[in-house]
Design a protein around this ligand. Structure first.
Ligand SMILES: N[C@@H](CCC(=O)N[C@@H](CS)C(=O)NCC(=O)O)C(=O)O
Length: 215
């Protein structure tokens, strides 16, 4: 993989970067913001979204799930981060769907603040997004509680469900002010993941799209 476009404060970008590192895949990085760098992101991805990946031969991949699929294919079934088939794959995909769904609802809440003038915000819509995000997190917390201290959320090997759930929970803590008490089992599992060097390597503070201030 040649190049990852997008900032690591995006959980979708970060899960690609952490997965690449865990699989030993080297990449260059363009720290482009979806606000400030919208035009140059669209030169690679008509949707203007990140992560966008440019392979060595110029092929462009978009959608983090498709990029993770590419990484797993390159790694082969023995090392792939998503279980190759059967109930373990289904369970992992379901947990990831809950997590990415919660992240999307969180991102939309952030964008209401960032892109929409205050007088045009619609509180019932924000409340709905918040409910969807929190109910998904509650289900993930229950799944974590059931697994206790097991290393992996699914099966015996640390994998994509662990990566995606932890990274998204961290993002939602950063942007939605979640406290450890709200989802204790999820919080404990996320903390264990974030202690890994591959996670720490791509941990950055949240950056407000469109602003010039990186802190
Ligand atoms: N389903 C997409 C979601 C990616 C996504 O929402 N990225 C955000 C940054 S966190 C983005 O590019 N937002 C700009 C936009 O959609 O206009 C994926 O998994 O790659």
């Amino acid at each position: 993989m040649a190049l990852i476009i997008g900032m690591f404060d995006s959980p979708f970008v970060r899960r690609v970067a952490v997965s690449a590192r865990l699989l030993g895949v080297e990449f260059e990085h363009r720290n482009w913001s979806v606000g400030r760098d919208f035009d140059r992101i669209r030169e690679y991805n008509p949707l203007g979204r990140v992560p966008t990946v440019v392979l060595d031969d110029g092929e462009v991949l978009t959608e983090s799930a498709a990029i993770l699929d590419y990484l797993d294919q390159q790694a082969g079934p023995e090392r792939a981060l998503l279980p190759p088939s059967g109930p373990a794959r289904r369970q992992a995909l379901q947990l990831m769907a809950l997590a990415t769904g919660a992240a999307e609802k969180g991102v939309l809440q952030v964008y209401e603040q960032v892109f929409r003038p205050e007088e045009k915000r619609h509180q019932p819509w924000l409340d709905r997004l918040n409910t969807q995000m929190r109910e998904s997190l509650r289900a993930l917390d229950q799944a974590c509680a059931q697994r206790g201290n097991a290393e992996a959320l699914v099966g015996s090997r640390f994998g994509q469900a662990d990566i995606t759930v932890a990274i998204i929970h961290t993002f939602l803590c950063d942007t939605q002010g979640l406290t450890p008490e709200e989802y204790p089992a999820l919080h404990a599992r996320t903390a264990r993941c974030e202690a890994r060097p591959e996670f720490a390597a791509f941990r950055v503070p949240f950056f407000v799209p469109g602003s010039s201030n990186k802190s």
